[in-house]
Write a protein that binds this ligand. Structure first.
Ligand code: VAH
Length: 313
C-alpha cells in the first residue's frame, strides 16, 4: 500500500484507521473520504474528500485525482441499524461495495473491506466456528456481509483485483463511540462505568460474543494488507478474534477497577435475537497460519486500558 483511499473514514473503525495509516504511510498518502465532514483528527490530519459511496462517479473521480493504489472500503450500516432499515441497508452496503470494487478494478488497486461474525447464522456451528462453514445469516447485515465476501472473492478470481477481508468480532474503542451495532453494549458499559458506576445492558447475561480491542483490529488490517499474497489460501474473509465473553464477565473485570460497579439488564429483543444468531466463539487459525495474526489485548488488558483512557477523556 502506498497511496490509500478510505471510505467511511469518520466511522468507528475508519476514524482510527485513518490516523494509524497516516502515521505509517505519511499523512498525504492517505485520502480520507466520508459522506460528511467533522473536526476530528481523521478529517483534519490529511487530505479529505466528501464521498457518498452510492455515487460511483464521484468515488472514481477522487480515486483518480489522487491516483490511489489501495481502496479501503469501511462505509456501511451496522447490524441493528441495517435490521431497522433493510432496503436502505442493502442499497448502501451492497451499492457502496460494488462501487468501491469497481473503483479498485479500474485503478488496478489493492482492496480491503471488513466482514463480520455477523456473516454466520443460527445453523453455523456456534463454538470455535470454523473458517470454512455454513453461512445462513438471518439478518440483513449478515446477508450483506456474506454477499460482500462472495463479491470480493469474485473480483479476485474474475478480474484479478487483490481483494482481502477480515471477519471482525465486536470492536471496542475509547475514541469513536460506535453507532448501530449489536456488540456496542461492550463499549457503552465502559463509558457508563466511568460516568455513573453502573450500566443497564440490552444484551442478556450468558450471551457470549467474540470481541477485539480496536488497536488489534487496526494492526490486523495493516498486517493482512502487507501479507505475502502467495501465502493466502483465503481472502474474503478471515476469521479474527481476541476474546469471547458475556456481560457478567466484562462487569466482573470492570469491578476490579471500579469496585462498586453494578450491571443490570433490560434486554432489547431485536439486538438479543441478532446476538443469539451469531457464534459464541470463532476459530481464527487460518489467519494465524496464513499471515501470522496475533491479538495483544485480552479482556483484562483491554479493560485496564479502556478505563484509563476514558478517565483521561
Ligand atoms: C455490529 N459491531 O454489532 C458490529 C459488528 C460483530 C459485530 O459487526 O453490528
Amino acid at each position: 500500500m502506498k497511496r490509500i483511499m478510505i471510505t467511511g473514514a469518520l466511522g468507528q473503525i475508519g476514524s482510527e484507521l485513518t490516523v494509524k495509516l497516516r502515521e505509517i504511510y505519511g499523512a498525504d498518502q492517505v485520502i480520507a473520504t466520508d459522506i460528511r465532514k467533522n473536526e476530528t483528527e481523521a478529517a483534519l490530519s490529511g487530505p479529505f474528500e466528501m464521498v457518498d459511496v452510492t455515487d460511483a462517479r464521484t468515488m472514481l473521480e477522487v480515486a483518480k485525482k489522487y491516483n490511489v493504489d489501495s481502496v479501503i472500503h469501511m462505509a456501511a450500516l451496522l447490524s441493528a441499524t441495517a435490521e431497522a432499515n433493510p432496503v436502505f441497508a442493502w442499497n448502501l452496503n451492497m451499492g457502496g461495495l460494488m462501487n468501491a470494487l469497481e473503483t479498485a478494478r479500474e485503478l488496478k488497486a489493492q482492496f480491503f473491506t471488513p466482514s463480520s461474525i455477523g456473516a454466520f447464522g443460527p445453523s453455523t456451528p456456534k463454538d470455535r466456528t470454523p473458517q470454512d462453514t455454513i453461512h445462513r445469516p438471518t439478518t440483513m447485515y449478515g446477508v450483506n456481509k456474506v454477499a460482500g465476501e462472495l463479491l470480493s472473492d469474485y473480483y479476485f478470481h474474475k478480474f484479478g483485483v487483490d481483494t482481502r477481508g477480515l471477519r471482525f468480532p465486536g470492536l471496542i474503542s475509547y475514541v469513536t463511540p460506535p453507532g448501530g451495532g449489536t456488540t456496542d453494549y461492550a463499549v457503552e458499559i465502559y463509558y457508563e462505568a466511568v460516568k455513573n458506576g453502573k450500566y443497564t445492558s440490552y444484551i442478556d447475561k450468558g450471551t457470549y460474543m467474540d470481541m477485539m480491542y480496536m488497536p488489534d483490529a487496526l494492526d490486523a488490517i495493516v498486517q493482512l494488507m502487507e501479507a505475502d499474497p502467495s501465502k493466502l489460501k483465503h481472502r474474503n474473509s478471515f476469521n479474527v478474534t481476541a476474546m469471547s465473553f458475556e456481560p457478567e464477565q466484562i462487569a466482573a473485570e470492570i469491578r476490579k477497577h471500579i469496585p462498586h460497579f453494578e450491571i443490570s439488564y433490560k434486554v432489547d429483543p431485536i439486538r438479543q435475537s441478532i446476538a443469539d444468531s451469531w457464534p459464541n466463539s470463532i476459530d481464527d487459525s487460518a489467519a494465524v497460519e496464513e499471515w501470522g495474526f496475533k491479538a495483544n489485548f485480552d479482556l483484562g488488558k483491554m479493560t485496564e486500558n479502556m478505563l484509563d483512557k476514558l478517565k483521561q477523556k
